[in-house]
Write a protein that binds this ligand. Structure first.
Ligand SMILES: Nc1ncnc2c1ncn2[C@@H]1O[C@H](COP(=O)(O)OP(=O)(O)OP(=O)(O)O)[C@@H](O)[C@H]1O
Length: 204
Protein backbone atom coordinates (compact mmCIF):
# COMPACT_ATOMS: atom_id res chain seq x y z
CA UNK A 1 0.00 0.00 0.00
CA UNK A 2 1.11 3.53 -0.82
CA UNK A 3 0.29 5.59 2.20
CA UNK A 4 0.30 9.37 2.14
CA UNK A 5 0.00 11.13 5.46
CA UNK A 6 -0.52 14.87 5.91
CA UNK A 7 1.28 15.74 2.70
CA UNK A 8 1.86 19.41 2.04
CA UNK A 9 3.51 20.24 -1.24
CA UNK A 10 4.28 23.41 -3.16
CA UNK A 11 6.23 24.68 -6.14
CA UNK A 12 5.93 28.38 -6.91
CA UNK A 13 2.32 27.83 -5.86
CA UNK A 14 0.71 25.58 -3.22
CA UNK A 15 -0.16 22.16 -4.70
CA UNK A 16 -1.42 20.08 -1.76
CA UNK A 17 -2.31 20.95 1.80
CA UNK A 18 -2.32 18.23 4.43
CA UNK A 19 -3.40 15.40 2.12
CA UNK A 20 -3.84 11.93 3.56
CA UNK A 21 -4.83 9.08 1.26
CA UNK A 22 -4.09 5.40 0.83
CA UNK A 23 -3.57 3.73 -2.52
CA UNK A 24 -3.92 -0.06 -2.50
CA UNK A 25 -2.24 -2.75 -4.57
CA UNK A 26 -4.73 -4.30 -6.99
CA UNK A 27 -6.35 -0.96 -7.77
CA UNK A 28 -6.14 1.55 -10.59
CA UNK A 29 -6.56 5.22 -9.67
CA UNK A 30 -7.36 7.95 -12.17
CA UNK A 31 -6.22 11.42 -11.13
CA UNK A 32 -7.79 14.30 -13.01
CA UNK A 33 -7.14 18.02 -12.75
CA UNK A 34 -6.89 21.11 -14.87
CA UNK A 35 -3.53 22.03 -16.42
CA UNK A 36 -0.90 23.23 -13.99
CA UNK A 37 -2.68 22.06 -10.85
CA UNK A 38 0.18 19.79 -9.80
CA UNK A 39 -0.30 16.22 -11.02
CA UNK A 40 3.27 15.90 -12.23
CA UNK A 41 4.61 17.59 -9.11
CA UNK A 42 2.65 15.09 -7.00
CA UNK A 43 4.28 12.14 -8.81
CA UNK A 44 7.70 13.74 -8.47
CA UNK A 45 7.15 14.11 -4.74
CA UNK A 46 6.22 10.42 -4.36
CA UNK A 47 9.61 9.37 -5.73
CA UNK A 48 11.76 12.03 -4.04
CA UNK A 49 12.36 14.01 -7.23
CA UNK A 50 10.95 17.12 -5.59
CA UNK A 51 11.04 17.98 -1.88
CA UNK A 52 7.85 17.90 0.17
CA UNK A 53 7.07 20.63 2.69
CA UNK A 54 5.55 18.30 5.24
CA UNK A 55 4.16 14.81 5.71
CA UNK A 56 5.18 11.25 4.91
CA UNK A 57 4.99 8.93 1.92
CA UNK A 58 5.51 5.20 2.46
CA UNK A 59 5.36 2.11 0.28
CA UNK A 60 4.33 -0.90 2.34
CA UNK A 61 5.40 1.05 5.41
CA UNK A 62 8.86 1.84 4.10
CA UNK A 63 10.20 5.05 2.57
CA UNK A 64 10.75 5.22 -1.19
CA UNK A 65 14.52 4.90 -0.72
CA UNK A 66 14.01 1.34 0.53
CA UNK A 67 11.42 0.39 -2.08
CA UNK A 68 12.89 1.88 -5.26
CA UNK A 69 12.74 -1.35 -7.22
CA UNK A 70 9.02 -1.70 -6.52
CA UNK A 71 8.21 1.67 -8.04
CA UNK A 72 8.41 2.86 -11.65
CA UNK A 73 8.02 6.45 -12.75
CA UNK A 74 9.44 7.92 -15.94
CA UNK A 75 8.01 11.37 -16.24
CA UNK A 76 7.79 11.90 -19.96
CA UNK A 77 9.00 10.66 -23.32
CA UNK A 78 10.55 14.15 -23.64
CA UNK A 79 13.36 12.95 -21.39
CA UNK A 80 14.59 10.19 -23.68
CA UNK A 81 18.15 10.59 -24.95
CA UNK A 82 17.57 11.01 -28.72
CA UNK A 83 20.79 9.17 -29.54
CA UNK A 84 19.87 6.02 -27.63
CA UNK A 85 17.71 3.28 -29.15
CA UNK A 86 14.44 2.16 -27.63
CA UNK A 87 16.01 -1.26 -27.10
CA UNK A 88 18.69 0.32 -24.89
CA UNK A 89 15.99 1.65 -22.57
CA UNK A 90 14.09 -1.64 -22.47
CA UNK A 91 17.25 -3.58 -21.58
CA UNK A 92 18.24 -0.99 -18.98
CA UNK A 93 14.87 -1.17 -17.26
CA UNK A 94 14.85 -4.97 -17.29
CA UNK A 95 18.31 -5.05 -15.74
CA UNK A 96 17.82 -2.33 -13.12
CA UNK A 97 14.41 -3.59 -12.00
CA UNK A 98 15.60 -7.23 -12.20
CA UNK A 99 12.49 -8.14 -14.12
CA UNK A 100 11.47 -11.44 -15.67
CA UNK A 101 9.18 -9.84 -18.27
CA UNK A 102 10.01 -10.87 -21.82
CA UNK A 103 11.26 -7.88 -23.84
CA UNK A 104 10.62 -9.51 -27.23
CA UNK A 105 6.97 -10.14 -26.40
CA UNK A 106 6.42 -6.50 -25.43
CA UNK A 107 8.10 -5.32 -28.63
CA UNK A 108 5.73 -7.51 -30.62
CA UNK A 109 2.65 -6.48 -28.63
CA UNK A 110 3.37 -2.77 -29.17
CA UNK A 111 4.40 -3.35 -32.81
CA UNK A 112 7.83 -1.77 -32.29
CA UNK A 113 9.87 -4.41 -34.17
CA UNK A 114 10.62 -2.15 -37.13
CA UNK A 115 12.11 0.68 -35.14
CA UNK A 116 13.15 -0.46 -31.67
CA UNK A 117 16.84 -0.57 -32.61
CA UNK A 118 16.82 2.88 -34.23
CA UNK A 119 17.87 6.00 -32.31
CA UNK A 120 14.91 7.66 -30.61
CA UNK A 121 15.41 10.88 -32.58
CA UNK A 122 13.81 8.99 -35.47
CA UNK A 123 10.63 8.16 -33.51
CA UNK A 124 7.25 9.87 -33.77
CA UNK A 125 5.42 10.94 -30.59
CA UNK A 126 3.29 7.78 -30.62
CA UNK A 127 6.35 5.56 -31.12
CA UNK A 128 8.05 7.18 -28.10
CA UNK A 129 4.90 6.80 -26.06
CA UNK A 130 4.68 3.08 -26.82
CA UNK A 131 8.31 2.71 -25.76
CA UNK A 132 7.50 4.47 -22.51
CA UNK A 133 4.53 2.15 -21.86
CA UNK A 134 6.67 -0.90 -22.61
CA UNK A 135 9.23 0.35 -20.07
CA UNK A 136 6.53 0.46 -17.38
CA UNK A 137 5.43 -3.06 -18.21
CA UNK A 138 8.97 -4.44 -18.40
CA UNK A 139 9.85 -2.91 -15.01
CA UNK A 140 7.16 -5.17 -13.51
CA UNK A 141 7.18 -2.77 -10.54
CA UNK A 142 4.31 -2.97 -8.07
CA UNK A 143 3.67 0.79 -8.10
CA UNK A 144 3.29 2.43 -11.51
CA UNK A 145 2.87 6.20 -11.76
CA UNK A 146 1.81 7.13 -15.27
CA UNK A 147 1.55 10.75 -16.34
CA UNK A 148 -0.63 11.32 -19.42
CA UNK A 149 0.53 7.96 -20.71
CA UNK A 150 -2.04 7.74 -23.53
CA UNK A 151 -0.89 11.00 -25.18
CA UNK A 152 -0.15 10.64 -28.87
CA UNK A 153 -1.48 7.07 -29.23
CA UNK A 154 -3.74 6.06 -32.11
CA UNK A 155 -7.09 4.35 -31.40
CA UNK A 156 -5.71 0.84 -31.71
CA UNK A 157 -2.83 1.53 -29.31
CA UNK A 158 -5.15 3.27 -26.83
CA UNK A 159 -7.33 0.17 -26.72
CA UNK A 160 -4.27 -2.03 -26.23
CA UNK A 161 -3.18 0.24 -23.39
CA UNK A 162 -6.57 0.02 -21.68
CA UNK A 163 -6.54 -3.78 -21.99
CA UNK A 164 -3.06 -4.04 -20.48
CA UNK A 165 -3.81 -1.59 -17.69
CA UNK A 166 -6.83 -3.61 -16.70
CA UNK A 167 -4.76 -6.79 -16.53
CA UNK A 168 -1.84 -5.15 -14.74
CA UNK A 169 -3.99 -3.48 -12.12
CA UNK A 170 -5.09 -6.84 -10.73
CA UNK A 171 -1.76 -7.12 -8.91
CA UNK A 172 -0.32 -3.61 -9.01
CA UNK A 173 -1.14 -0.16 -7.74
CA UNK A 174 -1.48 2.12 -10.76
CA UNK A 175 -1.86 5.88 -10.46
CA UNK A 176 -2.63 7.42 -13.78
CA UNK A 177 -3.25 11.02 -14.76
CA UNK A 178 -5.29 11.82 -17.82
CA UNK A 179 -7.19 14.68 -19.32
CA UNK A 180 -9.36 12.05 -21.03
CA UNK A 181 -11.43 11.07 -18.02
CA UNK A 182 -14.14 9.28 -19.98
CA UNK A 183 -11.63 6.98 -21.62
CA UNK A 184 -9.97 5.76 -18.42
CA UNK A 185 -12.92 5.96 -16.03
CA UNK A 186 -14.45 2.58 -17.05
CA UNK A 187 -11.32 0.72 -15.89
CA UNK A 188 -10.57 2.91 -12.83
CA UNK A 189 -11.31 1.64 -9.34
CA UNK A 190 -11.26 5.17 -7.98
CA UNK A 191 -11.27 8.62 -9.56
CA UNK A 192 -9.65 11.52 -7.72
CA UNK A 193 -9.70 15.17 -8.61
CA UNK A 194 -6.71 17.30 -7.64
CA UNK A 195 -8.27 20.68 -6.87
CA UNK A 196 -8.12 23.32 -4.17
CA UNK A 197 -4.95 21.71 -2.75
CA UNK A 198 -6.62 18.42 -2.00
CA UNK A 199 -7.71 15.24 -3.77
CA UNK A 200 -11.42 14.62 -3.70
CA UNK A 201 -12.81 11.18 -4.53
CA UNK A 202 -15.30 11.54 -7.39
CA UNK A 203 -18.18 9.19 -8.09
CA UNK A 204 -16.96 6.42 -10.45
N1 LIG B 1 10.48 23.05 -11.17
C1 LIG B 1 9.50 23.92 -10.93
N2 LIG B 1 9.79 25.13 -10.37
C2 LIG B 1 8.80 26.02 -10.11
N3 LIG B 1 7.52 25.80 -10.38
C3 LIG B 1 7.18 24.63 -10.94
C4 LIG B 1 8.15 23.62 -11.25
N4 LIG B 1 7.52 22.57 -11.79
C5 LIG B 1 6.22 22.90 -11.83
N5 LIG B 1 6.01 24.12 -11.33
C6 LIG B 1 4.72 24.79 -11.17
O1 LIG B 1 3.89 23.98 -10.34
C7 LIG B 1 2.55 23.98 -10.84
C8 LIG B 1 2.12 22.55 -11.11
O2 LIG B 1 2.84 22.03 -12.25
P1 LIG B 1 2.65 20.52 -12.72
O3 LIG B 1 3.56 20.31 -13.88
O4 LIG B 1 2.80 19.64 -11.54
O5 LIG B 1 1.11 20.53 -13.17
P2 LIG B 1 0.25 19.42 -13.94
O6 LIG B 1 -1.03 19.28 -13.19
O7 LIG B 1 1.04 18.18 -14.14
O8 LIG B 1 0.00 20.15 -15.32
P3 LIG B 1 -0.42 19.58 -16.79
O9 LIG B 1 -1.80 19.02 -16.67
O10 LIG B 1 -0.40 20.82 -17.63
O11 LIG B 1 0.61 18.58 -17.19
C9 LIG B 1 2.55 24.91 -12.06
O12 LIG B 1 2.13 26.18 -11.64
C10 LIG B 1 4.00 24.94 -12.50
O13 LIG B 1 4.33 26.15 -13.12
Amino acid sequence: MLSIQNLTLSTRQPILQNLSHQFQLGQLYLITAVNGSGKTTFFRALVNLTPIDQGTVTFDEQPFTQQKQRVFYYESSNWFDPNMAGMDYLKLVKQLWQSQVNIAEEIRYWQMTDYIKLPIKKYSLGMKQKLLIAMYIISDASYLFMDEISNGLDDNSRQKLLDRLQTLSVAKCILLTSHYRNEIAPIADQILELKNQTMAVLPA
